[in-house]
Design a protein. Structure first.
Length: 510
């Protein structure tokens, strides 16, 4: 009764997730402790998690169910995003189970099937199963195939959905191969390719900003917009992920997934509805409309960098090649900048500049929409020398919000202009909601809404954009690495990429 009362006193906004058992493969890892369990708890506290719900953790670790529950109770105190309600947590923890085993062991899956049958009986989860792949990428396909082999992908009595974490392939061919492997035992509607960036409120709000406000959509085109900038800046280095990162690099790690999603949402045409495939159809059209880069384009329109030693936030950072598990002669890039063009009526001749990098001066992700300058003729006989362009900035992290920069007259007898920023932050207007960024995505999986998840054709289209870059960079190894100091905004060539066009990056130091 106490648990029910605690949940009843928590306000609910939205549809409650459908009953289900969520199976987390790789449940002993950081993702489960830091993101997934806190996100599920937040959903329970918001009354968006079904009362008929359970979690089954699967991993190699030698835990019993009691051991795993104890570990999760310790982790929620460290990684939880809000004060933990003991009654809600007690209700939640009694629905967590653990199964020890190796993912490549065929004997694991009949045991999992047996455990899920018990969980379905005990918690009335309606035989609905949500499988989360918090594993290494090599296991994505084989695990789903093993689930299918024992009948755990069949939807005769309930639904079956699979969440695939990134990386979804390491190039175009491997992405296609993984799609074929998954689609051999599952349908497209069962596969949810997750991108945690799309759990950010501002990313989701791009659609609302554009299509729910009559002042933006009429000017959201090449007639009024000069260019678009997308920046994903990180202050951290590779930390303890050197062995993984050195095989991936900044281009593979960020561009085909996170940044392509941001480009498609920013540039897409209005969908006919907010149904998943209506939205994703328009996103896919944008990705297919990005002009392919020739070998010459790669040399002139892309920049790669690798950080050397420097200082970030007052802390001394070693060079990338000095990081743990990184070869001393590594050619892996930790910074990427690109100039892309979208070949359609709305965006013809409007460049999209993107950059992402590690050990930069600030941790933030933002999209800058820069509008064309106004005609200057009115100001020729005034002290005003230049007119600044208007900028609309979508701040995605760490602070989520929107700002608009425009010119206003400085008080006084002379005509002088100053820059004015109108700032909106979600926390100021709507309050601070406890969030890991995964709540919305997990909830959408539970209700069967795939809008914020990539479809097979979108994944492959993203890889088509970066494949020519990977090929040229592989054929022409960098000769000047490291070429930017930790704590700076990347190599000089990234600034040159825009300055050649008479433009400049918008940097946010916080």
């Amino acid at each position: 009764m106490a648990q029910a009362a605690a949940l009843a006193n928590t306000p609910r906004v939205g549809k409650v997730g459908e009953p289900c058992a969520m199976v987390i493969f790789g449940a002993a890892g950081d993702l489960t402790a830091r993101k997934l369990i806190p996100a599920l708890y937040n959903l329970a506290k918001s009354e968006l998690l079904s009362r008929e719900f359970a979690v089954v953790g699967v991993a190699r670790a030698s835990f019993s169910t009691d051991d795993f529950r104890k570990k999760m109770s310790e982790n929620i105190k460290e990684f939880g995003t809000d004060t933990i309600d003991p009654d809600i947590w007690e209700w939640f923890i009694r629905r967590i189970y653990f199964l020890q085993g190796n993912f490549d062991d065929k004997d694991l899956y009949p045991k999992l099937k047996e455990l899920l049958e018990k969980v379905d009986r005990d918690h009335s989860t309606h035989n609905n199963h949500l499988y989360y792949m918090a594993t290494g990428a090599d296991y994505f396909g084989p695990v789903v195939e093993q689930l299918a082999a024992v009948g755990l992908m069949e939807e005769s009595q309930g639904w079956r959905r699979v969440i695939i974490e990134k990386p979804f392939g390491h190039d175009l061919e491997s992405a296609r191969a993984l799609n074929r492997q998954l689609l051999g035992v599952a349908t497209e509607k069962q596969i949810y390719r997750i991108d945690h960036y799309l759990g950010k409120e501002t990313v989701q709000n791009i659609l609302a900003l554009r299509f729910a406000n009559g002042i933006f959509e009429p000017v959201w085109n090449r007639r009024y917009i000069d260019h678009v900038q997308i920046s994903v800046a990180e202050t951290v280095g590779v930390e303890k992920r050197g062995s993984y990162y050195d095989k991936a690099g900044a281009l593979r790690d960020m561009v085909p997934n996170h940044i392509m999603q941001l480009i498609s949402l920013t540039a897409m045409e209005p969908p006919v509805s907010f149904r998943a495939d209506a939205v994703r159809d328009e996103q896919g059209k944008i990705l297919h409309a990005i002009q392919p880069l020739s070998s010459e384009d790669v040399l002139s329109k892309t920049v790669r960098g690798q950080y050397g030693d420097g200082t970030v936030g007052g802390e001394r950072i070693p060079a990338y090649r000095s990081e743990s598990d990184v070869p001393p002669d590594s050619r892996t890039e930790t910074f990427v900048a690109m100039k892309l063009q979208i070949d359609n009526w709305r965006w013809a001749d409007v460049p999209f500049y993107l950059r992402t990098g590690k050990c930069l001066p600030a941790h933030n992700t933002h999209i800058v929409i820069q509008f064309r300058r106004a005609p200057f003729v009115l100001f020729r006989d005034t002290p005003v020398e230049t007119l600044m362009p208007n900028q609309l900035v979508l701040h995605i992290q760490p602070e989520e919000g929107i700002s608009l920069q425009f010119a206003a007259k400085v008080p006084g007898p002379a005509m002088r202009l100053g820059a004015v920023d109108m700032n909106f932050e979600y926390s100021d207007y709507f309050g601070q909601q406890p969030s890991t960024g995964y709540e919305r995505l997990l909830h959408d999986c539970m209700i069967g809404d795939a809008t914020l998840f990539q479809r097979a054709d979108m994944v492959e289209a993203g890889w088509c954009v970066v494949s020519p870059v990977l090929d040229v960079w592989k054929a022409l190894p960098p000769r000047n690495f490291p070429n930017y100091a930790a704590g700076t905004w990347g190599p000089k060539e990234a600034d040159d990429l825009m300055e050649r066009d008479g433009r400049h990056w918008r940097n946010f130091e916080k």
